[in-house]
Design a binder for this molecule. Sequence first.
Ligand SMILES: [Zn+2]
Length: 106
Amino acid sequence: MEIRGDLPATYKCRNCQIPIAYRTELLSKSYMAKTGQAFLFSDARNIVFGQKEEKTLITGIYTIAAIFCTNCGEELGWKYLQASEARQKFKEGKFIIERSKISKHF
Ligand SMILES: [Zn+2]
């Protein structure tokens, strides 16, 4: 049940302003992606998935799928589908979104 009347801060697609994720879903700001800093989110909406692919990152090998804005088609980041390292399993099902692709709204 929503107690407060105000909406949580929202991260929107910088290109078309459609809501992608909420502040309450932000897990970490200390990730890097193609264009620089990236955020880890527990959930995201208004996205479509690209093909599954294997990606080798500093922390191990992952199966990921690129994510795109459903409205404007902009590539936003990726979803972790599977992690090879036991220590990285917590990332499975979570979303990396590039900071340069979203903007924060209150
Ligand atoms: Zn968009």
